[in-house]
Write a protein that binds this ligand. Sequence first.
Ligand code: URA
Length: 213
Amino acid sequence: MQSSASVVAEPANPELDAVRLEALDCQRCDLWQGRTQVVMGEGNPHAGILLMGEAPGANEDATGRPFVGRAGQLLDSALEEAGIGRNDVYITNVVRCRPTAVKGGSVTNRAPRAGEIAACEPWRWLEISLVNPQVVVCVGGPAAKALIDKKLKITEQRGRFFDKEDGRAYIATLHPAYVLRLYSADRDAYRTARANLVSDLRQAQERAATKPR
Ligand code: URA
């Protein structure tokens, strides 16, 4: 058994904890009206890699944790294949409350609107600056457009590093929900997309290991 003296605890990040508490009451856009709770990021509060997804869905809204539904399971398996522990990275979203639409009488997830993405910007930059990662992985188009370039085309420009003025390297990758949708439509395209996701995560890992903070 490991002695407690040899366990190295992750240093805390009290400023990030304070931001999380403050965000729980956020009403910066109308999404607060339909949410169960605000879904802030989780993971290593001093991670070298920060993953920025799109928005919480039903599972995330219910649990208060990012990427815990089917897309999250695919992301976890891709992280594992890339040799990255989920607890070693910090995972968050461009929007922290679930965007919903009513279709055929039931409530479904929808993509976040530009105004909602803009309203969430202060929380986004606080999380990035307080975690202080060397590499930010933009998971899917909305995150890549918000953080790298509003004209970015994810299928053409994923897997490349963009060195930004904040000293961090940004890289876009495919959203696992998009990869999942390919599974029933085109199995070869699914395999290629999943392999690309893993390869982008691996690149992020290599870059974070060599890039000084
Ligand atoms: N779950 C999240 O937390 N974010 C996404 O982008 C998708 C699913």
